[in-house]
Write a protein that binds this ligand. Structure first.
Ligand code: GDP
Length: 344
């Protein structure tokens, strides 16, 4: 039986990957932070071997690798939120950049033959409007993506320096009902359902006219595994190749819940979406959700993954919105105070 170690196992990708690897018969070890919420892995918790560990703590990583003695390692643990990275740039670098180095050091000395998947990100491309390939230049625009560039290159460097089997998956945004609540897709899915159910009056958003390539996270984990089953390690872009705006996501979500709302005013900070049945504003724009610098478009070509790994995304944009909104409709929450709603 193969042994896999997953950092970030309790998050969106980690939980889907754990389910996927259990179904393949793996022994699955996972690293969790003390007091980390385990909601998404709760149903499979008894089948996992969870270890407490922190990417800032070398000893805990050494211990985890010694316990797991993994054949495959999936390094998904990171501080993932772009907006927060401006507020915590040092912590972001420590966890994302140095954390990866610490893990690689543990693996190099204890299990140098383990195959390693490193979660790189489309955010590394940053300032560009072109469709990206694996050869694209990076121009990261926030502390998160800068830390991820370091992390990406140190992973590549361990492959080149020590002949370790390390693959980087440069994943474009991938979403699901398990996405963190601060990400715009989940925030919209929750918000429109709460509005429809009368639990919230208004959703506050930032820039609606940015484009993203949104895939469905549950099908992105298979390709992480595929990368580790090849003859040689390599780096791959994983994306749908299709882009949509935040505005399209919002309007599609309105359609799914059956909320009839229309844009009022010129696009930008003054605009609002007004509910047709009662004239109430259901979406307003708030400057606090704008970023110091923005990535207007992130668009990636997945031809290499399609060609070499024979992988292709199946779930398209509209279906993804439906999956996320349906989940929120089936998992209702108590009414929230205005302060709570605005803070998200
Ligand atoms: P990111 O691509 O990793 O930064 O994922 P996010 O889901 O956090 O943001 C995607 C895009 O949505 C970014 O360009 C944001 O500027 C934009 N956006 C607009 N309004 C919001 C908002 O209220 N919250 C977040 N998180 N993003 C927003």
């Amino acid at each position: 039986m193969k042994r896999a170690l997953i950092t970030g196992i309790a998050g969106q990708d980690g939980s889907y990957l754990a389910e996927f690897l259990l179904a393949k018969g793996y022994d699955v070890f996972g690293l969790v932070l003390r007091d980390e919420p385990l909601r998404w892995i709760d149903p499979i918790k008894d089948r996992l071997i969870l270890m407490e560990g922190d990417l800032r703590n070398q000893k805990s990583l050494d211990h985890a690798v010694r316990q797991a003695l993994p054949d495959e390692v999936y390094h998904l643990g990171a501080l993932p939120f772009v907006a927060i990275s401006w507020k915590q740039p040092v912590l972001t670098a420590d966890v994302n950049a140095l954390g990866t180095t610490r893990l690689l050091e543990a693996l190099r000395s204890i299990t140098p033959h383990a195959r390693i998947y490193h979660a790189s990100t489309s955010e590394m491309f940053g300032l560009t409007e072109e469709i990206q390939t694996e050869e694209g230049l990076f121009h990261p625009r926030n502390p998160y993506s800068i830390s991820k560039c370091y992390s990406h290159w140190i992973a590549v460097n361990y492959r080149e320096s020590y002949d370790m089997y390390v693959c980087c998956g440069i994943m474009f945004n991938h979403e699901s009902p398990r996405r963190g609540e601060n990400f715009v897709t989940r925030k919209i899915a929750r918000g429109v359902v709460d509005i429809k159910e009368g639990k919230q009056d208004c959703l506050y958003l930032g820039n609606l006219d940015v484009w993203r390539d949104w895939g469905y996270a549950s099908e992105y984990v298979e390709v992480m595994w595929l990368m580790l089953q090849q003859d040689a390690p390599d780096d791959y872009i994983i994306s749908t190749g299709e882009v949509h705006t935040v505005r399209e996501f919002l309007e599609e979500a309105f359609c799914v819940v059956g909320l009839d709302a229309e844009r009022n005013g010129k696009k930008g900070i003054e605009e609002a979406y007004i509910r047709k049945d009662n004239g109430q504003a259901v979406v307003r724009i708030s400057p606090e959700f704008f970023r110091p610098v923005e990535l207007t478009v992130l668009r990636g070509s997945n031809s290499k993954a399609k060609g070499k790994l024979k992988w292709e995304p199946k779930t398209r944009f509209r279906e993804l919105v439906r999956i996320m909104v349906d989940y929120e409709m089936q998992n209702t929450r108590p009414t929230q105070s205005i302060r709570e709603v605005k803070r998200r």
